[in-house]
Design a binder for this molecule. Sequence first.
Ligand code: MSP
Length: 526
Amino acid sequence: MPPFYITTPIYYVNDAPHVGHAYCTVNADALARWHRLLGDEVFFLTGTDEHGAKVAEAAEQHGVSPQEWADTVVQRFVSAWGDLHVSNDDYIRTTEPRHHRSVQAFLQRIYDNGYIRLDTYRGLYCVSCEDYYTPEQLVDAKCPVHDRPVTEMEEENYFFELSKFEDRLLEWYESAPEAIRPMTKRNEALSFVRGGLKDISITRTSLEWGVPVPWNPSHIFYVWSDALVNYLTAIGFGEDEARCAHWWPAVHHVVGKEILRFHCVWWPAMCMAAGIEPPAHVFVHGWLLVGGRKLSKSLIALAAGDAVGNGASEDGGDAPVRLTEIAPQVLTHDFGVDPTRYHLLREVPFGTDGDFSYEGMVSRYNADLANNLGNLVSRVATVVASKCGGVGPAPDPDSALGPLAAQIVGAVSDAWARFQPHEALESTWRLIGAANAALEAAEPWKAEPGPAVDAVLGDALEVLRLVSLLASPAMPTTCAEIWRRIGLEGAPEDRQVPEDAVWGGYPGGVPVERGAALFPRRKATA
Ligand code: MSP
């Protein structure tokens, strides 16, 4: 069982979980689940980034200590991920003692290896980014990411000598061309390094909320230099060398595009400086944006099923809503957990920015889930009840759907290997479409019971078995339910790909249950 260690970024607790965070976490979760299906030994980590000026600022605004603030917000992340059926194996909080110990051990190693020096830092700081900018990088004198004013800062800081790693990073990009995906993001990291690297400030004296620097406790580590180390803390860095060596460097980081530089430049260089391998993979995704038609507060309220009368929301209007204001629970409450997961994985090609809209979600739900998958499940169960006495027939071993299924299993595996979940799902849905088309051509509901009807229904049941397997990383609960309804033992999660994804696995002779519609059709919004 090859080890497969997968991580999400750790989320800042200055903010409540929103759909953008859910996008990142659900993508990582689906990849973790796919690798479990492959039979890999998976360790999936998520967590929260609880230090830094941003969190201290949020706590102060709420009149509580940073620790109290973190303790409260962290519960919202934990429950958001529970609600979305996220299958993480561990949850790291950077305020935990285990993390403080590993940050100190890791950075002490870099210090001992001679890559950290003391200097004075002057620069323009954005608290939201927890990052410095040059005047040229600002837009209208504001942070280009958050559109908020930056602060002039001057401090004595310890610096990590990133500039010494230019050549080694370029060699790494060259020797591991697949390490950063998609290719466009790799090229971005490459040109950033080619543009020349400056040493980076990794400590602060102006703040107390953080991990103390072991060789000079009047400094604390800058939030990013502490945060990145979480990936090592969770596998026992500095405390359990065997465990750490087991999982590292077989690590796969899923991150958003604005933190590419930290993960594709700083982090591999820090690993090299500490004498460990850089990560095996960094998957960089784009942003979900609320564009097209604006997503309004009243629409969100409608989406959540709230009574909103004439459409006015509590704050008195149809004010545009930012994506960061939409809690994932708003979507799961209205659409269900699996349809929300499906949409987050299917709608936007991984690596590019994409539009998130409620209307888009309704139309994809109706097209893909209600009309396609849901329809196949219900019509097969109905016809098996009326023509086969509720007992599912076996598939035809020579069905024309067999070679198509084999080709699709290959395409799905390939898409996951390149981390393109939308493509994996698109391919899976081609198989559903083919089974629906075969049923429409044969019209078993009009035919007399007999071998021809058995064959077409058996084929459709086999497609449902394969689809439940292939789509289970995206929709684990629904796929387990389809699996059960078609009379199979256990759940797709207990099976393995490619072994169990071979045409002909549906045994036949098992009861098929008719159940309530899996995806009741939704009315399109105006
Ligand atoms: N704490 C740092 C990460 C440290 S990792 C060692 C951080 N936290 S964050 O909460 O601001 O963002 C975490 C992740 O959420 C990022 O990968 C970011 O891209 C993702 N998203 C936040 N908003 C998003 C969208 N609107 N769309 C997609 N992902 C978004 O950065």
